[in-house]
Write a protein of this length. Sequence first.
Lengths: 401, 458
Amino acid sequence: MRVTNMVPDMQYAMQQSQQALSTAEEQVATGLRVNQLSDDPAASANLVASLAQSANVDQYTSNVSSLQSQMQMADSSISSIVTSLNSAITAGTEGANGSVTSAQRQGIATQVQGFLSSVVADGNATFSGSYLFGGTEAVTPPFVAASTTYTSAKGSAASPLSSTTALTAGSVTTISDATTGETMTFKAKAGNTIATLQAAVASAVSAGTLSAGTSATVNASGHLAIATNKSADGIVVSSNDAALGSMTAAPNTGVANAYAYVGNSSVNTTQVGDSLSVATNLPGNLLLGTGSNVIGSLGSLISALQSGTTTDIGNAVSAVSAALTSVRQQRMPLDNTIGELNNQESYLGQETVTLTSQQTSLVGANTAQTATALSQDEMQNNAVMAAAAKVMPQTLLDYLK
Amino acid sequence: MASLSSSLNMAVHSLGAATASLQVTNNNIANANTPGYTREIAVVQEATPNEGSVSSGNGVDLLGFQSVRNELLQRQIEQETTAQSGANAQLSTMQEIQPTFAVTTNDIGTDMSALFSSISSLSTNPSSTSSRQAVLTAGQNLATAFNSASNTLTSQQTGLNTQVTQDVSQINQLTKQIAALNPQIAELNSTGKDAGTLQDQQDQLVLSLSKLTNVSITQTNEGVTLTTGNGTPLVAASQSFALQTTNLGDGKTHVLDSSGTDITASLTGGDLGGTIQTRDTTIPGLLTQLDTLANQFGKAINAAQATGYDANGNAGQNFFTVPTTVGGSAASISMAISDPALVAASSDGTSGSNGNLVNLSAVQTKTLPSGQTPSNAYASLVYRVGSLTANASAESSATTASLLQLNNQMSSVSGVSIDEESANLITYQQAYEAAARVVSTIQSLFSTTMSMGTASAA
């Protein structure tokens, strides 16, 4: 074949070697084998999935850290409750001693009131602005001082409410009982009246949700009044029904040492792994209310100490001891969750390393190989340039004199 | 019968042949680097011998000049040029689109992950206003990423309209020039003369035309007849058929033939064909994939919102505003809520419940109607962009290498070798010198003959 001009071949060879050199330099500079999608489309696509997984792992790690703080705060509050209960048992045991005077028992009762206040404060502990033990009712204190009577804002002597007053469909009225530790929730339907609510309260009493004698009536002032019939039984009432307006405690109806739980029993879960979620809260009614009856037992101990009956005091101390045992049992899942979070923290750390390694293998450049390739490409480019410089200027005319 | 006159005549013809050869060699050397130049040779042959009692040679006849060309190779080069230009057209556009889908701090994939991370973070404290705001911010960033990617694709489409107009204008100029050369070349060929120079010009014009679109070439007595790949006439004899461009209301520049028929879809190859394919097939395909993801993802998030309650205890509203139909979803997707309280985290209406966040998070691993999870759907899009670019690059490289080989072959046949022409120079120079010596010798013989029979001779 006639070879007329070697320049095009040389230009092509130089371009190819310079392109290879440029690629090698880019890989060394960036540390990446894949610098644009077209360098390796499959690796680029797999990187998308890997990075999404990395983002999840990073968030799980953040969730673990956040929950560890929250759980430790909750555990600290429970520790404080345990301390208060132990102190109350000690004080109650002392108060049951026959040699203790009445005045001394009153002093001990005052001490136990202090322990009760401390327990309620711990029950109303917050973390990042949310109540820890209110279930999913996180913006209002779960434990509220109870009163015997709550009255509606709506109604007056001139324009009284009545049993036929219509309630707002969809509205919710709750009555939390400090004695039973239970909550009655009434959701109004279309056509419901105050009479419907009254019937619901009666049913709740029959069921034991509310203390015996609790009722809803229209008082002489025309307001709806929801009240217990014992001075020792306290309730907390809330309503968002526009027909009733807000429900507030009637003056001077507070019940000493009585607190109702106005949270709920819902438990939140948070994902801390692809297939691992943990419960993030312990509802206060389980911790201090019905399940453990901490508040009720402390209230009973206070009453027993004030009444002076050693038998009653002994029984009350036993109830507080039982409540303490129950609190310790309720605490166990929380401790387990804390342990689970600690383990998950370690696992996620390993996952992060694994994913980073995966991403490096997908798009990263092997430093040694890249440096070697760069060196080789430099040599190749130099060789091509040298060959071009040597051959290109030569023609027959150089030899014809 | 042999005579001094006939010998002189032969020598003169030899001088002529050598001169012509030298002229051709000179022309070849002068045009050694002229693009598209086809080397020429002087066509000489032995003259018809004298017939008589003794037959003798009659010297050399110069028949003419001839270009050394290979039509088959020329056609192959034109076809490969068409393929290369088409690949380059696609490659240049894809290289501009590619960065939009690369992994950055605000590409769609990263923003999608950020949205799910913010939802997961909110689950640790569903009452937190700042955490709720973070979810809205992440949603806005994702919507913006979709808008931006769609805008990039549609902007490229609009830009390619300009390219179509430019290519058609160039095609019309070239076909006009090619048509003008046809009668000139035909006349030279009909008189047996070499039309090499004009043919070279025409070949270069056809090659330039091949860069723009796929052309079909037929040689006739009246010159080349050119049509597009699907048969639309471009050049016939001395007539060229101009193409037109127009906008038919769909935002695209359409190409019409000389009779007004829309031939846009049938144009393949070359810069014009590659541009049209990129504008009308490649980019719409990517847009459909992007729009489908935006639409289905947005609707999935909205459906998850609807199963929960916001911080006010009300049923969850739409999170994103997406059109009912898929088309345009990526361009128009936007946030439907701006109040952090409207994030439907709760499953029971209470403010502290995070029960519905698991439904929102589940969208990440949910199989959308397209058959893929959102992450996999985006990964598929990334792969498609990358492989389209890689394929165009590979084709461009392959056609470049192929063209180099074809051009080398063409050069081997039609190219000028300085070394060869240098050797020819010497050859023809020596031939000329030899013929001139013959002329001198015959002149001397004439003088001797003329002085025969004179007194000085006796």
